[in-house]
Write a protein that binds this ligand. Structure first.
Ligand code: FCB
Length: 484
């Protein structure tokens, strides 16, 4: 099968899909720099917070690091060919800040930019439209040593880096997202400490959130000045789709609190003119918001963007504290990793519950209806065109005796979620694309290489790539323009 197979159009027309997607819908897959590139010390790249965190004993399972990862830095041509063979029409990847601007200050490193020039050229040659994320969690370590995201200066550093990237690559990348899941950067990085840089201060986590927001706004301003008018700017948020455990006022109050510190901390200043009053009240004992947020900051953060991107894996069910669930285990079913420190500043007492027991290898419940609800809620609340920039699942994949990787559970997960996207579109959501997480098996943060999310299996010893049966199926969905 190739992209240019002359029989494709006729075949697709002959057998129209049962669930069709709009013309021009982007059929993608996603990755992130630190999770796949490797080449950690090549061509001028210096350590990011993830290099340092991964080297800290006990932080990442089995002491795994991204030093080599899946060696995409050297194998990107083979990887792009594989994308083209599968028929992907778009590919979302992230730019590595420490590869482009190693210390987070000063001029760009041309060799670092050359890698992304070559990658994007190769994508475009194969008819695959690039979507670049500027920040997928790899802050240059030098900036962490200068205070990291809890200090304001980091937001300005980020905007400067965004400008360097846009000046060099703006002619070939039509869609840019500023931050990937800033909730994780702020609250897992500086709150619960399960992500780099591994700090555990509720106050710093909130300060990081504001400076990530500010960095987003400043970067949007910088990108608009440099990029062609046709460029589409966005941010990828992991908005939590919240449900109360019961219909009691106490459980609805739990939803309100987690919605404030999980969702509206981003969408308030980005789309609604400022931080929500209830968030500020819930966290007033931790930060002085009047001191943290300077005049003009919220307007900066609220600069208009063109698209809103959602990363969705599972819904979040919460309740007020419950006596029968007082054990630590039951108390933190939020799917974000075990820590003695909460990633929910000011709302540490809220209890998380699994939505069901149909679980992936991450222990995340499978509930595709949550994706439909998320998209419809975003359409209603923000009125922007939407994309799903991540959705997928880890399972215990094995290479069979026939050399193939059969992953029916992932195929089912993706099918259910594509149906959920189609349902949202049918109900009026303007969804422009879907990016499966992930194209390749890769370094899954604190879980190291133990969790496989790829539709392409990677043998970490030989770096051999083997498309799983879900990849073959996805490729058929793309060819038909929808689901059967
Ligand atoms: C998201 C991350 C992505 C990947 C998936 C499984 O939170 O953005 O890098 O790790 O989870």
């Amino acid at each position: 099968m190739t992209m240019t197979d002359p029989t494709t159009a006729a075949h697709a027309a002959a057998a129209a899909p049962r669930v069709a997607f709009p013309p021009g819908f982007a059929w993608g897959a996603a990755t992130a720099a630190y999770q796949i590139e490797g080449a950690a010390a090549e061509d001028g790249r210096t350590p990011s917070i993830w290099d340092v965190f991964a080297r800290t004993p006990g932080k990442v399972l089995n002491g795994d690091t991204g030093d080599v990862a899946v060696d995409h830095y050297h194998r990107f041509r083979e990887d792009v060919r594989l994308m083209a063979d599968l028929g992907l029409t778009s590919y979302r990847f992230s730019l590595s800040w420490p590869r482009i601007q190693p210390t987070g200050r000063g001029p760009a490193v041309e060799r670092g930019l050359d890698f992304y020039r070559a990658l994007t050229d190769t994508l475009l040659e194969h008819g695959i439209s690039p979507v670049a994320t500027l920040y997928h969690w790899d802050l240059p370590q030098d900036l962490e040593e200068a205070g990291g995201w809890p200090v304001r200066e980091t937001a300005h550093r980020f905007a400067e880096y965004a400008a360097l990237a846009a000046s060099a690559l703006g002619d070939r990348i039509p869609v840019w997202t500023t931050l990937n899941e800033p909730w994780c950067s702020a609250f897992l990085g500086y709150g619960s400490g399960v992500h780099a840089p591994g700090r555990t201060s509720p106050a710093d986590a909130l300060k990081a959130a504001h400076h990530l927001n500010l960095g987003h706004g400043l970067a949007v301003g910088a990108l608009r000045e440099i990029l062609p008018a046709s460029a589409q700017l966005s941010v990828s948020l992991n908005l939590h789709l919240l449900r109360p455990l019961t219909d009691t006022p106490e459980d609805h109050e739990a939803v309100r609190r987690i919605d404030a510190v999980g969702n509206r901390v981003w969408t308030g200043p980005m789309f609604k003119g400022g931080y929500p009053e209830d968030l500020k009240a819930d966290t007033a004992h931790l930060v002085d918001w009047d001191d943290l947020v300077r005049p003009g900051d919220e307007a900066e953060i609220g600069r208009p963007i063109d698209l809103l991107c959602l990363n969705y894996y599972n819904p979040t069910v919460v309740s007020a504290p419950r006596a029968e669930l007082a054990t630590a285990d039951a108390a933190r079913n939020d799917g974000h990793g075990a820590s003695d420190h909460s990633p929910w500043p000011g709302s540490e007492e809220i209890v998380f519950h699994l939505a069901n027991d149909d679980l992936t290898a991450m222990g995340w419940p499978i509930d595709a209806g949550g994706l439909t609800d998320s998209l419809l809620g975003m359409q209603r609340d923000f009125g922007l065109p939407l994309m799903v920039t991540e959705n997928g699942a880890a399972f215990e994949d094995v290479v069979g005796p026939d050399g193939e990787v059969h992953d029916p559970e992932r195929l089912r997960y993706v099918r259910l979620h594509l149906e959920a996207v189609a349902e949202a579109i049918a109900a009026g959501a303007d969804v422009r694309g879907y990016y499966l997480w992930s194209f390749l098996d890769n370094f899954e943060w604190a879980y190291g290489y133990s969790k496989r999310f790829g539709i392409v299996h990677v043998d970490y010893t030989t770096q051999r790539r083997t498309p799983k049966s879900s990849a073959t199926w996805y490729s058929e969905v793309i060819r038909r323009g929808g689901l059967d």
